[in-house]
Design a protein around this ligand. Structure first.
Ligand SMILES: CC(C)(COP(=O)(O)OP(=O)(O)OC[C@H]1O[C@@H](n2cnc3c(N)ncnc32)[C@H](O)[C@@H]1OP(=O)(O)O)[C@@H](O)C(=O)NCCC(=O)NCCS
Length: 372
């Protein structure tokens, strides 16, 4: 068995920002249009009127201030309410591969590596833009990597579950240098016209390089002390989009073909699962939560993260558990990786940290690391 390090991370940040004020303005214009269109049914009591969203609610309920997106115009068009992405020819690099390559190049540069050093690529994300060939194989080719590539989806825990596959491959010797990429184009599955969740998501792509410790040459290395994954079935976060929709003769634009959730239930059920998961994982590694310098948690809700940290160490602070969702919103599986990417430079040799995701499935994944 080989010792394993994380030796690089990368972040591809989309070019456009949507503030809560811009988002709510567009949403409320959509509400006006819909209520005017259905005025007769609303007056007859056969259809409920849609209600306005509010910036105050979004900030208080979630902690989100803004989000980054790859297209802004379609999302903010009250006649459309989803992004515009041009269809690309088979001969062109696909959108998910393009942003994965951008994030991967940063991770490789940080680790002092090139694509040719990589011998496995895992594309781990909440949605894949096509069925096949695997996104990972296209990314492998674009980077000039060798070995193999495959896609995997565990929704918001895709990145941590991907890290475990990478760590195991390097530990057992089936690969030496594994790239995990998380292209999360959440704007494609977000229900931008549903008041309950229209503010939740943002787009981004992250990358993580996992190597055999004895090979690593980068200046910033993190020993992987352990990984732990857990799942428990729940319908509280669900998206029924899939390849059988056509055969089921279902409406491709029906509400259940995009992201939907019972947000309050998710909040209540996932907080104790995540806290117990982290505590159990640390205990098995002989570590106490109080000895952990930093927790890079999944970024879905500020209050949720504060509760997880309070359960673990008694008091929540941005130093103990950095928040990035105020700037990025929920970026699905990339959230905890962005937190790690942006908030690890101040840790000292020997400091211990936990990357932990939680979300749809339900799924929880933790990665315990120590600064080398
Ligand atoms: C989604 C979430 C922010 C909603 O916050 P909440 O406090 O649970 O809000 P609720 O859905 O209970 O709604 C509270 C009230 O605000 C209203 N409301 C909902 N959306 C609103 C909006 N956009 N603007 C204004 N009011 C809104 C509701 O109608 C409700 O009104 P009522 O009390 O009169 O019925 C929160 O539940 C959450 O983040 N949950 C965790 C989600 C998660 O982790 N998901 C993982 C996804 S990968």
């Amino acid at each position: 068995m080989h010792s394993v390090v994380i030796s690089g991370t990368g972040l591809c940040q989309p070019p456009h920002t949507i503030t809560n004020a811009e988002l709510v303005e567009a949403f409320n214009r959509y509400v006006d249009r819909e209520n005017t269109r259905h005025a007769a049914e609303i007056a007859a009591g056969t259809r409920p009127a849609l209600q306005y969203s509010s910036v105050e609610f979004i900030e208080k309920a979630s902690g989100i201030q803004q989000r980054y997106v790859f297209d802004k115009s379609g999302i903010l068009d009250p006649a459309r309410m989803y992004p515009h992405y041009a269809e690309r020819a088979d001969s062109e690099l696909s959108m998910m591969a393009e942003i994965a390559v951008a994030a991967a190049q940063q991770a490789l540069a940080q680790a002092g590596r090139s694509g040719a050093d990589v011998d496995a690529v895992l594309c781990a994300a909440s949605n894949m833009q096509r069925a096949y060939p695997a996104m990972a194989i296209e990314i492998q080719q674009a980077l000039g990597a060798g070995g193999y590539g495959f896609d995997m989806n565990v929704a918001c825990s895709s990145a941590t579950f991907g890290i475990e596959q990478a760590v195991n491959a390097v530990r057992t010797g089936s690969a030496r240098c594994v790239l995990v990429v998380n292209p999360e184009i959440t704007s494609g599955h977000q229900a931008w016209n549903d008041r309950d969740c229209h503010f939740i998501f943002g787009d981004v792509c992250t990358a993580i390089l996992v190597e055999r410790a004895e090979d690593a040459v980068g200046a910033d290395q993190w020993d992987v002390l352990g990984t732990r994954l857990a799942t428990q079935f729940s319908n509280n976060i669900r998206n029924n989009f899939g390849f059988l929709n056509r055969s089921e003769d279902s409406d491709p634009d029906a509400r259940d073909k995009t992201f939907r959730q019972e947000g309050r239930k998710v909040f209540k059920e996932v907080v104790p699962i995540a806290a117990a998961h982290i505590e159990g994982h640390l205990a098995d590694l002989g570590q106490a939560p109080a000895a952990v310098r930093r927790f890079w948690l999944h970024q879905a809700n500020e209050g949720m993260n504060q509760l997880v940290i309070k359960k673990l160490v008694g008091e929540a602070s941005r130093d103990r558990a950095p928040l990035i969702l105020d700037e990025f919103a929920n970026t699905a599986s990339a959230g905890s990786i962005i937190a790690f990417h942006k908030h690890h430079a101040d840790l000292m040799r020997g400091d211990i940290g936990v990357i932990c995701s939680f979300g749809a499935g339900y799924s929880v994944g933790s990665v315990v690391v120590r600064k080398r």
